[in-house]
Design a protein around this ligand. Structure first.
Ligand SMILES: [Zn+2]
Length: 62
């Protein structure tokens, strides 16, 4: 498993945790956003950025 794979699975895991929170949290399920949700969303974004850095998103011209 490469560092990129690990970063990608970490991002996936955080995303799932965030989704679970949205269902479980009374504030978030009301359409509002609690402090924990903001933290989780930032963590997901940061993890995705790390995952994307290790993976070329566009094919480079030869
Ligand atoms: Zn919440």
């Amino acid at each position: 498993m490469t560092a990129t794979d690990r970063a990608a699975s970490r991002a996936e895991e955080l995303y799932r945790i965030h989704l679970c929170h949205l269902y479980a949290c009374p504030v978030c399920s009301n359409g509002a956003e609690c402090r924990k949700s903001v933290c989780l969303r930032r963590a997901v974004r940061a993890a995705r950025l790390v995952a994307d850095e290790g993976r070329p998103r566009w094919t480079r011209p030869t």
